[in-house]
Structures are given as structure tokens and as C-alpha cells.
Design a protein around this ligand. Structure first.
Ligand SMILES: [Zn+2]
Length: 404
């Protein structure tokens, strides 16, 4: 007990302090809805832009000739501290300036990353946080070449679909089609490999939460490429199982640089009981149709995310694990632990919450996991881990089929 009391006090303090910050600022809210524009300081020859999709910058203020304050707000509050920012910046001539990222609510979270081409990113050095962690200050050297500065790698819907279309272009066994529209009337795509005679199926869901690039984009892509790839294992797997993948469930949020929500200000991963949003409803209708009309059987669901204290997998609680119609997760865990030096952690969580992975269990008796990566985990490890999980899951699902 003596461990729990200080921890409770800490929790209480954290809640009280976060409430007071939010309340105080809520009455004096800045423009949370970001205006898309080029902010230029002609005398100094310094430029900032949030015109590209996937960016987030609410306001630029010149504090001095060499110091610029970037105001960052979440489109909707309350939210969690997924304090996402992204923009481009450059100067007429080479110069070093000071940048302060100032968050109107919540705290700094992600290490700022720089890129010249949007592909290769490097973390900035020498970050100084204010006492309350609401402002992050650092130096940056500009030139006439535009730089990206972002909380995580920039990934708009266009980036995801460009990768997807390229990957599937020479694979006739993969089909991509729209199953509905988002709040802003963007297409919601499902990408599938299926055969009429095959009934067992797996469903993959990615990026309900826009800033969660490590799990929602990097891990998902590597996992998808493995299960949809040309290895013998993947080919054998697809003879026995259908795959239905939703590569980007929140394109509106991704394009608008949202911290958490869809364009209605709803957290999609809390909507898997009420289904009030078009994005979650489209998945539900599609999967239920597959089960009812085509007699498909959902064996496994995976929902890709990223957490401050990841990587880990959220798995079913012990009771539900026993009740599920298959026994894949325990063997998957043993198999991964046996064959890899890569750190793996598993957590069980309350199965009454309206999370996506709980819906798979409740609606179909399926095993399901929430796949969480870490904010700053080495990207090559994220890819290696995802490939390993994909291979191991395919092996264990094929084994389950044999044992049944
Ligand atoms: Zn998430």
C-alpha cells in the first residue's frame, strides 16, 4: 500500500493541474481551426507555411528578428496530449533563428524532427522546455531550401494512398475499393485479399488517431507488406485466410493535422459501441455484411496505434482469452518471445471500453489486439518488429487451422 498512496497523490495532482490549465485557457481560446497560409516576414526574409496537407500551425509571432513563436493548438478540446505540429520554413539567405513552440493547452510531447525531402528525418538538438512544459525552444539554421519541421513524419492521405497504390499495382490478388465516406466526404478504402470459398478472415485497422505515425503508419505498412507480400508463408496464408485492411481510417484528421479526432471532433477509438461516426460505421457495416451475407468468420482483428510508453500489445483479458473462439494470442506471445531479442510487452485492459479491438471480441468472439508502438522508437526496429509479428501471426493462424 505504501507504494500506492504517493502514486494516487501524484495522479490527483496531475488531474487537478491539467484541469486548471484547460479551464483557464478555454475562455481565452485562440483560433483552433488553423488558417492555411504562408506567414512571411519580409524584412527578415523568413517564411513559415502550413499550406500542405498533414501540417498543423495555428499562428506565427515574431518576438525579435531572430526569435519566432509558433502557436500550436488542438482543433478540438478536450483531447489527450498528442501535441502535434508540422510546417515548412525557410529564409532568403542562410541564418540561424530561435523557434519557440507554444502550446495553448496541454504540454510538449514529441521530439521535433527536420527533413529536407519529407522522407529522411532527423531529430533536432538542444531542445529547452519551459518549466510547465508548455513551450519548447530550440535553434534552427535556415536557407532558401524549404525544410519540414514536424512532431512526427508527415503523412497525409495522399502519402498513404501513393504508397498503397504503388504496392498493390503489380498484385492482381489485391483489391482496393471504397466502403464509405468520411465526415468531409473523403473515401474510406478497404484493401482486401479474399476468395469466395475461404471463410476465416483477419481485419486490420490503421490510424484512427492522426499523429500516431510510428504504429499507425510505419508498423502498419511493414505488417501489411508482409501479409500481402509474395513470401511462401504469405501466399500459403492467403490460401486459407481472407485479409481485409483499412489503411487509413481517419484521412480527414490526418490531412488537417488533428491531434486525436475526426472532423466531428470525435475520438474514433471510443466509438466502437455507439457507432455515431461515418468512419467507424463504414467498417462495422462492411465487416457485418461479410459475416452475414458471405458467411465469413472473423478470427482476428488488429488496430494499429502509438503510445507515449509503447511499444506493447493490448491483448484480451484472461477470461475473454479463454472464451474466444480461437487460441492464437497465447501461442503468438510464446512464439515471439522465443525467437526475438526485440523487446515485447503485453498488457491486458478492461474489455468494457468502446475500443475497436474490444468490438471484434464482443461482436464476433474473435481474438484481437491493439498494436501500440512508441513515439520515438527507432524506425528500423518498428519495421522489424511489425514484420516479425506479421510472420508469427500467419504461422500461428495456420497452426490453429490445422489443430481445429
Ligand atoms: Zn491511438
Amino acid at each position: 500500500m505504501f507504494i500506492k498512496i504517493p502514486f494516487l497523490c501524484f495522479l490527483l495532482l496531475a488531474v487537478v493541474s491539467s484541469l486548471s490549465v484547460t479551464d483557464a485557457k478555454a475562455h481565452n481560446a485562440p483560433e483552433r481551426k488553423q488558417l492555411r497560409k504562408l506567414s512571411h516576414f519580409n524584412k527578415e526574409g523568413v517564411y513559415f507555411s502550413n499550406l500542405a496537407n498533414g501540417t498543423r500551425l495555428n499562428k506565427v509571432t515574431k518576438l525579435s528578428r531572430e526569435h519566432y513563436e509558433i502557436t500550436i493548438s488542438s482543433e478540438f478540446i478536450p483531447t489527450n496530449s498528442s501535441s502535434f505540429f508540422a510546417f515548412q520554413l525557410w529564409a532568403d539567405e542562410k541564418k540561424t533563428i530561435k523557434i519557440s513552440l507554444k502550446y495553448t493547452e496541454y504540454k510538449h510531447r514529441y521530439i521535433p524532427k527536420l527533413s529536407e525531402d519529407g522522407l529522411i528525418w532527423r531529430p533536432i538538438k538542444g531542445l529547452i522546455l519551459s518549466e510547465s512544459d508548455t513551450t519548447a525552444t530550440f535553434d534552427i539554421t535556415l536557407s532558401s531550401k524549404k525544410l519540414w519541421l514536424s512532431a512526427q513524419e508527415i503523412e497525409s492521405s495522399e502519402h498513404t494512398y501513393e504508397w498503397l497504390d504503388k504496392f498493390i499495382s503489380n498484385k492482381s490478388y489485391i483489391r482496393k475499393h471504397s466502403v464509405g465516406k468520411t465526415v468531409l466526404k473523403q473515401d474510406l478504402f478497404v484493401v482486401s485479399s479474399e476468395q469466395e470459398s475461404v471463410k476465416p478472415s483477419v481485419v486490420l485497422i490503421a490510424r484512427q488517431h492522426p499523429p500516431e505515425i510510428p504504429g499507425g503508419v510505419i508498423a502498419f505498412k511493414a505488417f501489411f507488406e508482409e501479409v500481402m507480400g509474395v513470401s511462401n508463408l504469405a501466399q500459403n496464408f492467403r490460401k486459407e485466410f481472407n485479409i481485409y485492411a483499412f489503411p487509413l481510417l481517419n484521412p480527414d484528421g490526418a490531412d488537417n493535422g488533428n491531434w486525436r479526432h475526426n472532423s466531428n471532433g470525435k475520438d474514433l477509438n471510443r466509438d466502437w459501441e455507439a457507432f455515431t461516426q461515418p468512419e467507424t460505421l463504414a467498417v462495422k457495416n462492411f465487416v457485418i455484411e461479410k459475416v452475414k451475407q458471405e458467411n465469413k468468420s472473423i478470427w482476428f482483428g488488429i488496430d494499429f496505434h502509438t503510445s507515449y510508453n509503447g511499444p506493447y500489445l493490448l491483448i484480451l483479458n484472461e477470461e475473454n482469452e479463454q472464451m474466444a473462439k480461437t487460441r492464437i494470442i497465447p501461442r503468438l506471445i510464446n512464439n515471439i518471445n522465443d525467437q526475438t531479442p526485440i523487446f515485447n510487452q503485453y498488457r491486458r485492459r478492461d474489455q468494457d471500453l468502446p475500443y475497436c479491438y474490444n468490438w471484434f471480441y464482443k461482436a464476433f468472439g474473435s481474438e484481437a489486439i491493439t498494436y501500440e508502438e512508441g513515439d520515438e522508437t527507432d524506425r528500423s526496429i518498428i519495421k522489424a518488429r511489425a514484420r516479425l509479428y506479421a510472420k508469427s501471426l500467419m504461422q500461428q493462424m495456420l497452426l490453429e487451422l490445422k489443430l481445429k
